[in-house]
Design a protein around this ligand. Structure first.
Ligand code: AMP
Length: 304
């Protein structure tokens, strides 16, 4: 692709593998975000995370997944031309306290995730910073550098993925046989954060994180999570009771609390899936969910 087509406007952000800048596409007269990723070393090719992101984004075309428009190579850099989404959920999470806005954002996140999971992709790093919001109020799941294509065969997977605060207990206990349910744990943590406007479980280390989970949701027994005690990093923890969700989430409706509990089930086999969550009564009762237009209006002062 002819790179002079793009005129640089300003810096947008820095990720683990490259910088992202706002450009104007002179052919379409629209703004785009271009992520620039350096090749490892001369002759060594590009970093595998870039390849992974390109391969996955080319397949996943959905309104709630960031769109990859184009890829070009320039000055030993690979450039991903992405749809622009000027805000991120972590910048605006303090605005999501009312049920209608939270419901609208969660619905979009689940729709994007259900599509991704139906297409056999796990994101593996869902967090508010990776949920961009476009000017027209649409959630755009981004940063597929650690995403993975899953097949039905339970092949061992890499451990150490996912940001600590959003990491599921099976990952914290070192399992290599995790699945799409790990993304749903992260969604539960994001949902809790939208309700209370602050991160739900803020651990400093893996041990601290698992202790925070147990002190909040109660220490699980064999009946809650069969097979937990054979996971590689399992250690027996002192029994801790579950806190009251009514007290922990006083502004949430009963349906919101019920859905949250189902997202935060210890046993990944019992955790609600993205498509099941979309059928939960939370979305069909009480406050109607905010539309993209409503979200765009609320967020209009926070566009970066
Ligand atoms: P990433 O490498 O994907 O983690 O991106 C690094 C940062 O660049 C993000 O935290 C955002 O601030 C920004 N960014 C990434 N993609 C986009 C996009 N499509 N539109 C606007 N900003 C973006």
């Amino acid at each position: 692709m002819e790179q002079s087509r793009y005129i640089r406007v300003r810096f947008l952000g820095k990720g683990t593998y490259g910088e992202v800048h706002l450009y104007t596409d002179t052919q379409t007269d629209t703004n785009v975000a271009i992520k620039t990723i350096k090749v490892l070393q001369e002759g060594e090719g590009i970093h595998f995370t870039a390849l992974r992101e390109i391969m996955i984004l080319q397949e996943l075309i959905h309104p709630n997944i960031i769109r990859l428009h184009d890829v070009f190579y320039k000055n030993s850099n690979i450039n991903l031309v992405l749809e622009l989404a000027e805000s991120a959920l972590n910048d605006v999470i303090h605005l999501t306290s009312d049920e209608s806005t939270t419901k609208g954002l969660l619905k979009q996140l689940l729709e994007g995730l259900a599509f991704m999971h139906e297409n056999s992709v796990m994101h593996r790093d869902l967090k508010p910073g990776n949920l961009l919001i476009s000017r027209n109020g649409q959630i755009k799941i981004t940063d597929f550098g650690t995403a993975k294509i899953v097949c039905d065969v339970e092949a061992p997977r890499t451990t150490g993925v996912c940001t600590l605060w959003y990491q599921s207990p099976e990952l914290l206990f070192g399992t290599k046989h995790y699945g799409k349910a790990m993304d749903m744990w992260s969604v539960g943590c994001i949902f809790a954060e939208m309700i209370n406007k602050e991160p739900f479980l803020k651990g400093n280390t893996s041990i601290d994180q698992i202790n925070k989970i147990f002190n909040t949701l109660g220490t699980p027994g064999e009946e809650d999570w069969k097979g937990m005690n054979i996971l590689p990093n399992y250690w027996p923890s002192p029994a801790s009771p579950r806190i009251s969700f009514v007290r922990a989430f006083p502004t949430a409706s009963n349906e919101a609390r019920d859905l949250l509990e189902k997202m935060l089930m210890y046993d990944p086999r019992q955790r609600i899936s993205a498509s099941q969550a979309l059928q939960h009564p939370y979305f069909s009762t009480g406050e109607p969910h905010a539309s993209c237009g409503d979200i765009a209006r609320i967020l209009s002062n926070y566009i970066r």
